[in-house]
Every structure is written in structure tokens, then in C-alpha cells.
Design a protein around this ligand. Structure first.
Ligand SMILES: Cc1cc2nc3c(=O)[nH]c(=O)nc-3n(C[C@H](O)[C@H](O)[C@H](O)COP(=O)(O)OP(=O)(O)OC[C@H]3O[C@@H](n4cnc5c(N)ncnc54)[C@H](O)[C@@H]3O)c2cc1C
Length: 385
């Protein structure tokens, strides 16, 4: 029977980052199991690639304070590109409540050690981007080290580095069972046979609850469709722009190639494994786009290039990290609620620490464990796009 020190289920950006961090820490006998024929077919390949430290909760900020500098050094450290572009995130507030919220977040972010965040007056935003309809923008917050990465490149970089340094990747292989005895995990059942292991990491993204159920664990992670609309080449708005968020309705956009990538989280969307793109979304997002950026009334989009993917949502919009209670050896890295790309480096480090040493200095990992739901210790992140 095949044996592995650690089996990672799912080779998206999270599984790949964990494989990298474990390998870099000296763990060699790692097996990553991916059911698809190629990497990136889950949420990672559908992502908008935004990375930011502008959050409302300390633990989210801590994870970004590890992850964003990691992405900045990615190519130098790993020898593969991740295309980190520090063009910033600009939150635009249109009422006093939002402004106060940004102010509170700003104070927390600075206290936590974020150096490049600043509050902006409405006039500053108007002069930075005269193309915006800014009559109702009272102010905002901007962080210049926030920005974008190419999630697909980052995932491949993590996995290629891990493979080059001893990790094994099985594609076209489904994990269909997890066996345990009184002491914990003993093996996983796959479509290529059984693998003996005492450590398994669930990195199955939106499908994480199904994988957790194989180990008898009830995981509160639900799939939620998100849709993105890319434009054709368009030069009437600067391509150096940050991710710009209209807080009046959640519409946000960023430059992508020679055009722009438009997003809006429809509050009427319901949970479920829906990965079809709804053509009706185009008008919804373009209406909001033209309202905030009048020249976007002329933005050319090709509906055939638009796509949908799945967020993996938890009840408090924070991930679930660490060993599952009652199942020694079964680790969780799930439920990123829209932040799995930006928090993948920190997640890799935290899981590697927990698997190899049983503890981590990066965060207080007990705050993100699965037990928090049963113990009513939810920590709500409200800066979710
Ligand atoms: C439209 C959209 C925009 C987004 N924008 C951003 C953003 O701007 N910034 C950000 O940080 N995040 C963003 N996200 C979220 C981000 O993409 C995800 O949080 C992240 O990709 C999750 O990575 P993952 O590796 O956990 O999951 P995935 O990439 O989904 O990988 C999970 C893998 O597990 C495999 N798998 C599942 N079950 C099994 C099994 N039984 N056996 C073997 N393999 C299995 C799947 O095939 C899949 O490849 C966005 C998501 C979407 C959909």
C-alpha cells in the first residue's frame, strides 16, 4: 500500500500553498490528490485575484500581513511568477456610517502594523479619478500594498516548487473515503487505491463539507455563486487604477489586461453548486458600473467571456483552520468566504506549523478552529466583497 506522511485533498491555491510550506519546512513524503485533470478548475481559476489587508478583524489583517509581503517576494523566493501588482484597493464611502466604519478599520489596521493605508477626503478621490461620479463620495480608504495577483500562476508556482522538492501530485484521482480508528486517521481511499497516512488536510474548497463528511465531520461550509464580467479593451479609465469599491452598493472593479473586470455580489444569490453564468447578471453589473463610472456606459463586454465560480462561505466569513475536534490527524483549511487567494500564503504557513509542530506563532489559531461554531465564538468579518 502507498504511504504518505501527509495527504492533501485538493490542489487549488490552498492545497498547493500547504504543500509548498510543508515541503519548505523539510517534510518530504507529501501526497497531493486532485480529482480534476488539471489544477485550477475549482474556485482558484475563477478568482478575481484581489489581495488586501484592509479588513475589519485583527485575524484577517494578520493573515494579510503575512500573505501580501509573501506575494511581493514570491518570484524571488520560489522562482515562479505570481504577478503581484500593488495597485491598491480604494474603498469609497457614500454616507457617514461607512466613513466611520472605514475610520475604525483604519485605526485597527495601523495598530496591527499596516503601514501603507490612509484615509482620503472626497476631494482627493475626485482628483485621483475624475472619471468617477463622485458627488456623493464623502471619503475613503486606500492601501497601496493591496492589489492583485494571478491566482493561477501563484497556485502553479506553489505546486511546482513543492513537486520539484519532493512532493507528489496525483491528478485525475478522487478521494472517496477516509478511514479512522480510535487514535485518529489511518488511511484515505482513492480511485487509485488506498493510501496509509496519519495526517490528512481537507483543501477541497467549495466541496469541503463533502470531504469532511467522509471523516464523519460536520463542516459549515456552503458554496455560493459569484460572477465576473470582463470588458473588451477600454482606455477611458486608467489601467493603473486600484480595485475600486463603491460602498453604496458593493459594485467593484479593477483593471484586467487592456480592459476591466467588473464584480457585484448579488444579495439575492442563494447557496448551491451553481457554476453556470446567468446572462441577466450583465445588465445588473453594467447598470451599477455606469452609475459610478459614467464612461462605463460605453464599456464593451462580450457575454461569452463572463464566468461564474463558487465562494466557500462560513457563517462568520472567516476560514476554518486546524485539526477537527475528535478526529486526530484530520486537518481543515476551508471556508475562505472570498479570501482564499489572498490568505493562501498565511494558511500554508499556519497549517504547516500545526501539522509539524502542533502550534503556530502567526495567529491565535484557536480563534479559527471548527469548535468555535459549537461554542458560539463566531468572529464576524464584515469587510467582505
Ligand atoms: C468569482 C470569484 C472571485 C473571487 N475573488 C477573489 C479575490 O479577489 N481574492 C481572493 O482572495 N479570493 C477570491 N475568490 C475566492 C478564492 O478563489 C477561493 O477562496 C480560493 O480559490 C479557494 O482555494 P481552494 O484551494 O481552497 O479551493 P479550489 O481552488 O476550489 O480547490 C479545491 C480543489 O479540491 C478538489 N477536490 C474537491 N473534492 C475532491 C475530492 N474528493 N478528491 C480530490 N480532489 C477534490 C477540486 O477539484 C479543486 O481543484 C474568488 C472566488 C470567485 C468564485
Amino acid at each position: 500500500m502507498q504511504t504518505a506522511d501527509v495527504v492533501i485533498i485538493g490542489a487549488g491555491i490552498v492545497g498547493s500553498s500547504i504543500a509548498y510550506h510543508l515541503t519548505a519546512a523539510g517534510c518530504r513524503n507529501i501526497l497531493v490528490i486532485e480529482r480534476a485533470s488539471a489544477l485550477g478548475k475549482g474556485s482558484t481559476g475563477k478568482s478575481m485575484g484581489g489581495v488586501r489587508a484592509q479588513f475589519s478583524m485583527p485575524i484577517s489583517i494578520q493573515m494579510s500581513l503575512y500573505s501580501i509581503p509573501f506575494y511581493a517576494d514570491f518570484e524571488q523566493q520560489l522562482g515562479f511568477p505570481c504577478d503581484y501588482r500593488p495597485q491598491g484597493y480604494l474603498f469609497c464611502a457614500t454616507n457617514r456610517k461607512q466613513l466611520a466604519y472605514l475610520h475604525t478599520n483604519y485605526q485597527l489596521q495601523v495598530k496591527m502594523g499596516l503601514k501603507d493605508v490612509r484615509l482620503l477626503a472626497g476631494d482627493e478621490i475626485r482628483s485621483m479619478f475624475p472619471q468617477l461620479r463622485a458627488d456623493d463620495i464623502l471619503g475613503g480608504s486606500f492601501c497601496s500594498t493591496d492589489g492583485f495577483v494571478d491566482p493561477y500562476s501563484a497556485m502553479n508556482g506553489f505546486m511546482s516548487w513543492a513537486s520539484d522538492h519532493g512532493a507528489t501530485l496525483w491528478k485525475n484521482t478522487v478521494v472517496c473515503g477516509i478511514q479512522r480508528d480510535n487514535d485518529g486517521v489511518v488511511s484515505v481511499e482513492t480511485t487509485r487505491g488506498r493510501v496509509a497516512t496519519q495526517k490528512v488536510v481537507n483543501c477541497a474548497g467549495a466541496w469541503a463539507a463533502e470531504v469532511a463528511a467522509l471523516a464523519g465531520v460536520d463542516l459549515p461550509v456552503q458554496p455560493l455563486r459569484r460572477m465576473l464580467v470582463p470588458s473588451e479593451p477600454f482606455d477611458e479609465f486608467p489601467h493603473t487604477a486600484p480595485m475600486i469599491i463603491d460602498m453604496s452598493n458593493g459594485f467593484h472593479f479593477r483593471p484586467e489586461a487592456r480592459g476591466f473586470l467588473l464584480a457585484w455580489n448579488d444579495p439575492e444569490e442563494t447557496t448551491g453548486f451553481k457554476t453556470d453564468f446567468d446572462p441577466g447578471f450583465i445588465e445588473k453589473v453594467l447598470t451599477r458600473a455606469a452609475d459610478r463610472v459614467p464612461c462605463f456606459a460605453n464599456l464593451p463586454v462580450n457575454p461569452k467571456r463572463a464566468w461564474a465560480g463558487l465562494y466557500e462561505m462560513t457563517p462568520d466569513h472567516h476560514p476554518i483552520l486546524g485539526q477537527a475536534p475528535g478526529v486526530p490527524g484530520f486537518f481543515l483549511a476551508n471556508g475562505f468566504s472570498g479570501h482564499g487567494v489572498m490568505h493562501a500564503p498565511a494558511t500554508g504557513k499556519i497549517l504547516s506549523d500545526l501539522i509539524l509542530a502542533g502550534k503556530t506563532d502567526l495567529i491565535d489559531a484557536s480563534l479559527l478552529n471548527l469548535s468555535r461554531f459549537a461554542e458560539d465564538r463566531l468572529i464576524h468579518e464584515t469587510a467582505v466583497l
